[in-house]
Design a protein around this ligand. Structure first.
Ligand SMILES: NC(=O)c1ccc[n+]([C@@H]2O[C@H](COP(=O)([O-])OP(=O)(O)OC[C@H]3O[C@@H](n4cnc5c(N)ncnc54)[C@H](OP(=O)(O)O)[C@@H]3O)[C@@H](O)[C@H]2O)c1
Length: 310
């Protein structure tokens, strides 16, 4: 089958189109013919592997030294069940499904930059919402699960003011919608070119982090949610950490290891089916243009998600 392999860590040139062995489903697994996947910022971080010494050492212990142990990256899948193992009871051949390659910090599977993948039936795997295309379904799991992880750390009451920093990325666009679903008053931080997008997702107020004195627009918030983490900052972000009510809390995607439980995955599916969660797609590339897609995601300004069709 066709797949994109990461031959060694580093530049996008190390992502090459290869012919690899089609996987075979074990008794508890389904074989999925992949129609769409997505390039996430985590994929880019792993492919580059240019973190400081200690984080890099930890990452390579997990993912492999010099090159990824599984050279086919990618953790988001939307496709059709082509075969199933003898013990599988939850899925049938022909089912349209979507999935995320991790269900806990230690249970992780790459391999969705390819025509086929095998996943256990008890994974973050479910029938695709019928109202979504494969491409749209591939834009849900990563941002949706990480935003759910952030929101789980809050107890939002109706009209609580929250600020979402990095609101226009894959995590931010999902965090806005999940927070609005809980009744929050949401202030979104992004550059002004994305104001229309974040407002359409439900933001009540918007602040452009790139303008001078943007911090003067800050109010006090019950939660300040940093959806982009340590690699992206601004004066506004530093000031927002103190723009909290007396019982307020600053929550960052880079605090601890994100949990991605099945309960959260199924909740995203249900919200999407009720049209309470809208996947945001920045752009779509064919599998063969993976290097280009990685280059674009690496620039750090995508709107929502970058999807790959296979
Ligand atoms: N710690 C962990 O275990 C873990 C796990 C997964 C992910 N993460 C982190 O989560 C982040 C992934 O988020 P994502 O995929 O949602 O990111 P993303 O989609 O790449 O975010 C892009 C958005 O960030 C905004 N942005 C860029 N620079 C900014 C700045 N200085 N201040 C505010 N906003 C800025 C951009 O808005 P404009 O274009 O409007 O500027 C763009 O819309 C990654 O950085 C990753 O490190 C951490």
């Amino acid at each position: 089958m066709k797949a994109i392999e990461c031959l060694k860590y580093g530049e996008v040139e190390n992502l090459v189109l290869s012919n690899v062995k089609k996987p075979i489903a074990k008794a508890n697994e389904v074989l999925i013919k992949i129609h769409a996947t997505s390039v996430t910022t985590s994929d880019v971080l792993i492919r580059r592997m240019n973190e400081p010494f200690i984080p890099k050492l930890i990452l390579q212990l997990i993912f492999g030294f010099g090159r990824p142990r599984n050279p086919v990256l990618g953790m988001v899948t939307a496709g059709v069940v082509e075969r199933k193992g003898k013990d599988v009871t939850l899925f049938e051949i022909g089912d349209e499904v979507f999935a995320y390659g991790s269900i806990s910090p230690t249970k992780r599977r790459f391999g969705s930059y390819a025509e086929y993948i095998c996943l256990p039936e008890d994974w973050n795997l479910a029938l695709k919402p019928v109202n979504l295309s494969f491409e749209e379904a591939a834009a849900i799991p990563y941002g949706g699960l990480l935003a759910s992880h952030l929101l789980k750390k809050t107890s939002i009451n109706k009209d609580d003011k929250i600020l979402i920093y990095g609101a226009s990325g894959s995590i931010g666009t999902m965090a806005i919608q999940l927070a609005k679903h809980k009744g929050a008053h949401v202030t979104s931080v992004c550059s002004s070119r994305n104001f229309e997008l974040v407002t359409s997702l439900g933001s009540d107020k918007v602040i452009d982090y790139t303008i001078e004195n943007a911090e003067k627009q800050l109010e006090t918030y019950k939660y300040v949610i940093d959806a982009v983490g340590n690699s992206k900052s601004s004066i506004l972000k530093e000031k927002s950490k103190k723009a909290l009510t007396s019982n307020g809390k600053y929550i960052s995607i880079d605090h601890g290891t994100p949990l991605t439980p099945k309960e959260a995955f199924l909740n995203l599916k249900s919200l999407a089916e009720q049209e309470k969660l809208r996947p945001v797609i920045d752009s779509i590339y064919p599998l063969e243009k993976m290097a280009e897609a990685h280059k674009y995601v690496e620039m750090g300004h995508k709107r929502g998600n970058v999807v790959i069709t296979i």
